[in-house]
Design a protein around this ligand. Structure first.
Ligand SMILES: C[S@@+](CC[C@H](N)C(=O)[O-])C[C@H]1O[C@@H](n2cnc3c(N)ncnc32)[C@H](O)[C@@H]1O
Length: 275
C-alpha cells in the first residue's frame, strides 16, 4: 500500500528539490512525486513520506538522496533528437576548429559540454557528428557529458543500447560506430571505442558553480531547463556564457527559448545562440 503524501510533506520535498537541484516540482507534480518516491518508501521500509524525507536529509541518507533524485528526474532522450542541431553543428565544426586568429585561440581541439546528457544518446550523437566533421583533421575532439542522475550516467558509460533505441541512426553510421551483439546480445548495439574515447561522463549538478578548466566551443543543454524556474534558468544561462569561448555556441531544446530573459547571447535562430 502506498503511504499518503500530505500537502505539507509535498511542500517540504518540492522546496528542498528546488533549492538544491533547481527542479520545479509544482503542485501538478504531486501524484508523480507520490508514485515515484512511494516505491523508494516501500523498498526502504519507511512508514511515511515524512520519515523518508528526514532520513534523506540526515548524514546517513546521502546515498538515498541520490536515489531520490534519480527517481524524480525525467530522462527522456534519443539519438539525433532534434536533428537540425546536428546539421548546424556539422557546418560549424570545421570552421571553428580550424581557425585560430578569428576566435582568439590556437587550433587543435574542439570542446563540447553536453549538460544534462541523460542515458548518453545525445553525447554519442555529438561524438558521431564531431568524428564525421573532423575526418582527417588534426584536431582533438573532447566532449564533457554531465548529469545529476547516477542511474542514467551508468547506462551512458556502458554505451549499450537495444535495437529499438538506435533506429534513428542511419545504417552507414550505425555500422561505422557500433558493434552489433552476438548470441544473447543479438538485439543490442555497443558504441565503439572511437566514440567513447572522446567523451568524459561525470556527475554534475547544474545548480553548482562549475570549475571546469578550459572553455567550450559549444554547449548543448537541451530539454533540461524546462524543469527549472525562470530565475534558475537565468543564472544558468549566465554561467554558460562565461564558460564559452569567444563566438562559442549555445544549443537549447527546440521547445525552450531565452525570450523574456536578460542575457548577453546573440540570437542566431530558434534554440541556437552565440556568444
Ligand atoms: C529530459 S532529459 C534531456 C536529455 C538530453 N539533453 C536530450 O535533450 O535528449 C533531462 C536531463 O536533465 C537532468 N537534470 C535535471 N536536473 C539537473 C541538474 N540540476 N543538474 C544536472 N542534470 C540535471 C536529468 O537527470 C535528465 O537526465
Amino acid at each position: 500500500m502506498t503511504a499518503e503524501l500530505s500537502d505539507v510533506d509535498f511542500g517540504k520535498i518540492s522546496r528542498f528539490v528546488h533549492e538544491i537541484y533547481g527542479i520545479n516540482l509544482h503542485a501538478g507534480k504531486k501524484e508523480l512525486v507520490k508514485a515515484r518516491l512511494g516505491k523508494r518508501l516501500r523498498d526502504g521500509n519507511f512508514r511515511s513520506f515524512a520519515e523518508y524525507f528526514r532520513f534523506v536529509k540526515s548524514k546517513k541518507g546521502a546515498a538515498e538522496l541520490i536515489r531520490m533524485i534519480d527517481s524524480l528526474s525525467t530522462n527522456l532522450t534519443s539519438f539525433f533528437r532534434e536533428e537540425t542541431h546536428f546539421h548546424k553543428l556539422r557546418k560549424i565544426i570545421p570552421e571553428m576548429a580550424g581557425s585560430s586568429s578569428r576566435y582568439g585561440r590556437m587550433p587543435g581541439s574542439f570542446r563540447i559540454w553536453c549538460a544534462g546528457c541523460s542515458t548518453g544518446e545525445e553525447a554519442y550523437t555529438l561524438a558521431i557528428t564531431l568524428r564525421e566533421a573532423l575526418n582527417g583533421q588534426n584536431i582533438d575532439p573532447q566532449i564533457l557529458a554531465t548529469d545529476i542522475s547516477t542511474k542514467v550516467l551508468k547506462t551512458a558509460m556502458a554505451g549499450i543500447y537495444q535495437s529499438e533505441r538506435v533506429k534513428s541512426i542511419s545504417n552507414p553510421l550505425l555500422k561505422k560506430y557500433f558493434q552489433i551483439g552476438q548470441g544473447e546480445w543479438e538485439e543490442y548495439y555497443r558504441v565503439k571505442k572511437e566514440l567513447k574515447d572522446i567523451i568524459k561522463f561525470t556527475r554534475f549538478n547544474l545548480m553548482e558553480n562549475p570549475n571546469f578548466n578550459n572553455p567550450f566551443d559549444c554547449i548543448f543543454c537541451r530539454n533540461v531547463m524546462i524543469y527549472f524556474d525562470k530565475e534558475t534558468q537565468k543564472k544558468l544561462i549566465g554561467r554558460f556564457y562565461n564558460l564559452l569561448k569567444k563566438d562559442g555556441w549555445l544549443f537549447i531544446g527546440h521547445s525552450e527559448s531565452l525570450t523574456g530573459m536578460t542575457h548577453r547571447f546573440k540570437y542566431v535562430e530558434p534554440s541556437v545562440y552565440r556568444k
